[in-house]
Design a protein around this ligand. Structure first.
Ligand SMILES: [Zn+2]
Length: 228
């Protein structure tokens, strides 16, 4: 089914981007034998720290979420949340390029350029630089949508550039693992109708599924796919 995908590198700005954007797909691909590596660029609560008294250990949360999804390899970098714009492009690019060189993925999943989060857009660009043609083994590059970043970007007048052209069908078990991984992030799961609520995550999976007449799916935008 995924004969061409063997090594998947997921590049996210924040721990939880990978789960919100592609958690069900990662769970499914890992189950099917794809080796998955996760690179998270920031590791502090930054702008979110004022939202509650329940302080979570973000590193432990990322590790637990990764384990739940079947991610084998994890690299957490220590840039500041919502401060990636203070990091030079060269430095950010080099960090992601090193991930690509070390892991040699054939596929990269990353955040989108049109998300409201500036961190997401910067990470998306760095992943595109690291996975550009002629640099290593990357044949496929996709972006995913992150609830409360991609959708809120749309609702805030940013140009819509997330145009799904790839759907991964999911079973109920994959969605369950996505929700379980989200729970690792504790306070990131909000009550309905917040987009990061369990029901909000399910609603998007049902909507993306119904676009292609299946029960559940995650949608992606393929930036590049090279056939051999
Ligand atoms: Zn994020």
């Amino acid at each position: 089914m995924h004969r061409q995908m063997r090594r998947l590198l997921v590049v996210g700005a924040h721990g939880d981007d990978e789960t919100l954007g592609a958690g069900g797909t990662i769970a499914r691909l890992a189950e099917e034998g794809v080796t998955v590596s996760l690179c998270v660029l920031t590791n502090d609560d930054g702008s979110r720290s004022e939202t509650g008294s329940g302080v979570i250990n973000r590193t432990a949360a990322i590790e637990l979420a990764a384990k739940t999804l079947g991610i084998e390899r994890l690299r957490i970098h220590e840039f500041g949340d919502n401060r990636l714009d203070t990091v030079g492009h060269l430095e950010l690019n080099r960090v992601v390029e090193r991930e690509v060189r070390d892991f040699e993925p054939d596929t990269i999943f990353t955040t989108g350029m049109s998300d409201l989060s500036t961190d997401h857009a910067l990470v998306s660009r760095a992943a595109r630089v690291a996975g550009r043609p002629g640099k290593g083994s990357v044949r496929e590059l996709r972006t995913f949508e992150v609830r409360s970043a991609t959708d809120v970007g749309e609702a805030s007048g940013l140009p819509i550039t997330f145009r799904p052209n790839c759907w991964q069908c999911l079973d109920e078990t994959h969605l369950e693992r996505k929700v379980e991984a989200l729970r690792a992030y504790g306070k990131e799961l909000e009550p309905w109708p917040n987009p990061r609520s369990e029901r909000g995550v399910r609603a998007l999976a049902e909507y993306r599924g119904s676009q292609i007449s299946v029960g559940l799916a995650e949608a992606f935008e393929i930036v590049r796919f090279v056939h051999h």
